[in-house]
Ligand binder design. Sequence first.
Ligand code: SF4
Ligand SMILES: [Zn+2]
Ligand SMILES: [Zn+2]
Length: 304
Amino acid sequence: MRCQHCGEVAVISMPQHRLKLCEKHFPLWVERRVARTIESFQMFSSDDRLLVAVSGGKDSLALWEILLRLGYQADGLYIHLGIEHEGYSHVSQSYAEAFAATHPDATLHLVDVRARYGRSIPELAREGGRRACSRCGMIKRYIMNRTAREGDYDAIVTGHNLDDEAAQLLQNNLYWLRGYLQRQAPVLPQTCQGLVRKAKPLCLVAERESAAYTFVRGIEYIQQECPHSAGATSIFHKKILNDMERRSPGTKLQYYQGFVRARQDGFIIGDEDTPPLEECERCGQPTTANALCAFCRMLETEET
Ligand code: SF4
Ligand SMILES: [Zn+2]
Ligand SMILES: [Zn+2]
């Protein structure tokens, strides 16, 4: 297998792009692809200050590396969730810190959920009688937005890749979750004061490509999955999409890109009017609720 640019040994074959590339040309191809995605969706500009949500996993660290190589001002945010099973949070933090240590121009912000709010994600979930993931998503979104506002960042960027987005789309399609379909986008602009823009620059990069990128760029990351992800529907949906991709390379990309175009053309209309956002009385974060945001309500309910 030979690189189609230079004839050297290829390290990856990407049948959906009819492309085989070597260890020199593959990472450059990924970086160019991300640069074009940022530009075509007008995610942010070179003057913007970016906050990368870093989990210690391959996608977020690959994204941070790519943004820095492309010349963006990108800092990281690691949220310590307090997941102790096999030291998951501790180990993932150490990968985020190791990456930051080799990139001295970038800052890594650390927020420890238990240290700051009194209880870890699993503890908060247990108290509320919920699964960890149902609390985790809301808490992470809250902390990301708050950290971005306090640090005066222009956009929050996350490492969602093509496989994540296609699996999310399948889930949203299967149950026709119109509100979710409307909000599933490569970039969500700032819709009101206090809600920071969100972008997913890896949305056209497949998981396999992101993993290969970290390998050729020598980025170390946590290989272990979060223990709470076992049995998640998204894993099942990814498997179905991978089976389809094997039979028909390019399926995931077509499925997701077709959706994004349809959304841009106005085919996806939400199922409800979005209520106006107000400031939470306690923390000042934007919320659709009357007095307290969901995060402050959760802390209050579980305190009593
Ligand atoms: S699997 Fe669940 S608990 Fe673990 S990081 Fe993801 S959302 Fe949070
Ligand atoms: Zn080459
Ligand atoms: Zn609040």
